[in-house]
Design a protein around this ligand. Structure first.
Ligand SMILES: [Zn+2]
Length: 448
């Protein structure tokens, strides 16, 4: 009997996989439609909120239509007007494990359209092998691969035992999770596991991603003492009047810059995680401002330097320990300079995007197995790589909300946020197949 069941389930899975292939053109067309809706996150730095808000909601409404078409109960809700989240729940027959498929509808701004080969960042143009446009890789193809997995299951009359919950949320690109993924958690959406369809690559297409690093943003500011810039000689030469005349904050900022570079260099050897490339964890100096207060001209000995850093830390590290390590290092550097000893650098911690470190062995194994079944005979055949996510993402907030979340999806972070973003259609189709097989194996099938 058991053998017969296994044979029947394999035959059913084969039908579902063929159905995904049949849906290829419709899937591609729907992704193209979604890309053509500019859904730039209205809180992204440099955006005028009122000019930009609304695109996310339009994509969520498109997703809600797709969810309704697969028989899901649709829930559209917003914390801020125009920024709807769409959730589609496909109720299981009972007795199975529940599963959330999640992704975000917001995109980052496209930059200068002139830098795009097509001239239109939101063209949604379809070539033989790819779909172009902002949001194609990150991550409208991911949420639609998940939705079309549900579509193939429905078309093949597959009734799952556990609930399958499809989510398209806003706000990911600026960690505005209270408006997006966390709003869904607080609305009561929880499951036994979740898979976020963020782009898997690098290291390789359709890798399974059980962890992501954490991200800290901080600034460090040092002060100087203003004086006419012609006094520079007095302030730096042996035998000059030194700090009695002036202190250039830029020179002092360079001491901090160099000190943190040395710590970052050390991290290359000391901060390791088995799922990340050696050297992944860094202290990135992204912005330097400095000069006299008021007008930025070089005719005054500079009064301040501020360096803004973003820190990528290991999922195994406690962010409070990382903060303490950086603060202690900056303090030690300051001790080596008589001015900085008296005028200690000021550190301001601005953001912590927590790492994702779920207890997710089972969903990771199930996703690996689903991919192997779905990709057989394709160029993605075989066991996928298991790797850490290079960046940060919403899986963190699903996990913190009580649903262990990993990620797996079509696309590549190296083209996300870049000019000429695209996604490869074969990857999208393979991902849709994996999502279909995974829903069957994770949620189980209705008895009888
Ligand atoms: Zn993303």
């Amino acid at each position: 009997m058991a053998d017969n069941t296994a044979v029947a389930e394999r035959a059913l899975a084969d039908r579902v996989l063929h159905r995904v292939d049949d849906l290829r053109d419709e899937l591609v067309d729907t992704i193209s439609r979604a890309v053509r809706i500019p859904s730039v996150n209205p809180k992204y730095p440099g955006q005028v909120y009122d000019d930009v808000v609304g695109g996310e909601g339009e994509v969520a409404k498109l997703m809600a239509e797709v969810y309704a078409s697969v028989g899901a109960e649709v829930d559209l809700f917003a914390i801020e007007p125009g920024r709807e989240n769409a959730v589609g729940t496909i109720r299981g027959a009972g007795g199975g494990r529940s599963l959330i498929y999640n992704g975000h509808v917001d995109v980052v701004p496209p930059g200068d359209a002139a830098n795009w080969r097509s001239g239109d960042p939101f063209s949604g143009r379809v070539d033989d092998d790819r779909i172009w446009g902002r949001g194609s890789t990150d991550m409208k193809s991911g949420i639609l691969a998940q939705a079309f997995a549900a579509r193939a299951l429905r078309d093949c009359d597959v009734r799952l035992a556990g609930d399958l919950i499809l989510q398209s949320v806003v706000g990911e690109e600026v960690m505005d999770h209270e408006c997006g993924v966390t709003a869904a958690v607080e609305r009561g959406y929880k499951a036994d596991a979740a898979v976020v369809s963020e782009p898997s690559a690098p290291p390789s297409p359709l890798a399974v991603i059980p962890v992501s690093p954490g991200l800290l943003w901080f600034s460090v500011t040092v002060v100087g003492k203003a004086s006419h810039s012609c006094m520079r000689g007095q302030t730096i030469r042996a035998g000059g009047a030194g700090p009695a005349v002036g202190v250039n904050a830029i020179d002092k900022g360079v001491l901090i810059f160099e000190g943190l570079r040395r710590l970052e260099e050390e991290w290359g050897q000391t901060k390791r995680h088995p799922l990340f490339a050696p050297g992944h964890f860094t202290i990135h100096p992204g912005v330097i401002t400095g000069g006299p207060h008021g007008v930025l001209v070089p005719f005054v000995i500079s009064e301040f330097t501020t360096i803004e850093y973003c820190v990528w830390y290991s999922p195994d590290d406690d962010p409070e320990d990382v903060k303490r390590e950086i603060e202690a290092h900056v303090a030690r550097v300051a001790q080596t300079d008589s001015w900085l000893r008296e005028h200690p650098p000021a550190i301001e911690w601005k953001l912590n995007w927590p790492a994702n470190r779920p207890d997710a062995g089972e969903i990771t194994e199930a996703t690996l197995a689903a991919h192997e079944a779905a990709a057989a005979g394709s160029r993605f055949a075989g066991r996928p790589d298991v790797a850490g996510f290079a960046a940060v993402e919403d899986a963190t907030f699903l996990t913190l909300g009580g649903t262990p979340a990993i990620s797996y999806g079509p696309g590549d972070l190296r083209v996300a946020h870049a000019d000429d973003e695209y996604v490869l259609i074969d990857e999208v189709v393979c991902a849709a197949k994996t999502f279909a097989v995974l829903a069957m194996s994770w949620c189980g099938l209705e008895e009888g």
